[in-house]
Design a protein. Structure first.
Length: 400
């Protein structure tokens, strides 16, 4: 296992852009071939480490295995066309898999050994060093661009948004639908960050996510669940049924698998667009945002599809909100989700609130309020309290 002794450099903030690629047929064949070769190299490097560890108790390092690559190219001339840095990254991936494995062993767990990858599960190539293994060309015309890859040349790319920052790595990947994308990770300088800053805002908001509505704001506004969430669920269920019924190895099954992949992709895209749009609006308007610290990972295992789609949306929503707020210089506070729906936002009284009860009626102070509105007010109050900015926010005079 390689030691992680990187020099203590100050880490600059990064951001990843995803752009669609349109390789020519020839380029696509070449990329497919590289993926196959990288997958083979991955499995070979993994095998070598496993044998060394099992038979001699020796841990090979990233450097050890990288040093072998030129020799591999002599034995296997078909590896030669793959850029050296791309192959080194394959070895790096094996290294990371082992580092994670040993990390779990040290935690006292008994993890499975890193596994071999099937060629169907190997779909990305990493190009490090901007200017060397990859370059970006933005053409005069709007949105048109080219990605230049070492030993492959110029690939058509659509820059649907302006790229800010200094590119560091590019990961070229094939989606299950057969489409190609590139993830460009950039480093942001202080100047880049300033460009993204928004005008300061004094407005604060508490956000309560729910199943009936996507989110409820303490300003008494609602972000509704888009109807396509439900429509897409139905389509996905239908496509999956078709796939499970198709005989193995048949053309029908191939087709059904593509439909499932396309449906998943469309769901992911629509969800992403919806969340991006809502997050942008929230961050543009509010200077302080309080949300629940939901452990979404635990919820995702719910067998109900509706629930799992909602969970995936929430986790993406929180991640994007935090990232976007940071860029824009906004403050996001995560509060403990316990009792946010059970507590009266006016007097602090607590009572049980089954999911079916949509209105909070406080027997102590007489407050009558929408369940989620009450929750969002508690979240805001807890968030402000956590930052020492204020205590409880008292809502409008309770109505009897
Ligand atoms: Zn009360």
């Amino acid at each position: 296992m390689s030691k992680q002794e990187q020099p203590a450099q100050e880490k600059k903030p990064t951001k990843t852009y995803q752009f669609r690629l349109y390789p020519t047929h020839k380029q696509e064949l070449l990329l497919e071939n590289w993926l196959l070769l990288c997958c083979e190299t991955y499995n070979a490097a993994l095998d070598e480490r496993k044998s060394a560890y099992r038979m001699a108790g020796v841990s090979l390092s990233y450097e050890d295995q990288c040093a072998e690559l030129p020799g591999c190219k002599q034995v296997r001339p078909d590896l030669a066309p793959v850029p050296a840095q791309v192959l080194q990254d394959v070895v790096k991936r094996v290294d990371l898999a082992f580092a994670a494995f040993f990390g779990r062993v040290e935690e006292g767990k008994t993890p499975g050994f890193p596994r071999f990858k099937s060629r169907f599960r190997y779909h990305s190539l990493t190009f490090k060093q901007f200017g060397n293994s990859f370059k970006l060309h933005v053409e005069g015309k709007k949105k048109r661009g080219k990605l230049e890859l070492a030993k492959l040349g110029l690939v058509k790319m659509v820059l649907h948004r302006k790229l800010i920052g200094t590119p560091k790595t590019a990961i070229v990947k094939r989606a299950p639908t057969g489409k190609w994308f590139v993830n460009v990770t950039v480093e942001l300088s202080v100047k880049d960050l300033q460009e993204k800053r928004l005008l300061p805002s004094d407005e604060a908001v508490g956000i309560d996510v729910g199943l009936k509505t996507f989110a409820y704001l303490s300003t008494e506004e609602e972000i509704a669940n888009p109807r396509f969430f439900r429509e897409d669920e139905v389509k996905l269920a239908r496509a999956q049924r078709k796939l499970s019924r198709a005989p193995k190895g048949s053309k029908e099954r191939d087709r059904a698998r593509k439909v499932v992949a396309r449906t998943h992709e469309r769901i992911a895209n629509r969800r992403k667009n919806f969340i991006e749009q809502e997050v942008n609006q929230l961050v543009a308007r509010f200077g302080f945002l309080a949300v629940e610290a939901l452990v979404v990972r635990n919820l995702v295992k719910n067998p109900k599809l509706a629930k799992s789609i909602a969970d995936a949306s929430w986790s993406m929503f929180f991640t994007r909100l935090v990232a976007k707020a940071e860029e824009a210089g906004r403050q996001v506070v995560k509060v403990n989700p316990a009792y946010t729906s059970q507590t009266c936002s006016a007097c602090g009284h607590r009572q049980s609130m089954p999911l079916s009860v949509r209105v909070y009626e406080c027997p102590q102070c007489g407050l009558v309020i929408h369940r989620d509105h009450n929750g969002s007010l508690n979240i805001l109050a807890d968030g402000l309290h956590a930052c020492g900015r204020a205590g409880r926010v008292i809502p409008k005079a309770p109505s009897l």
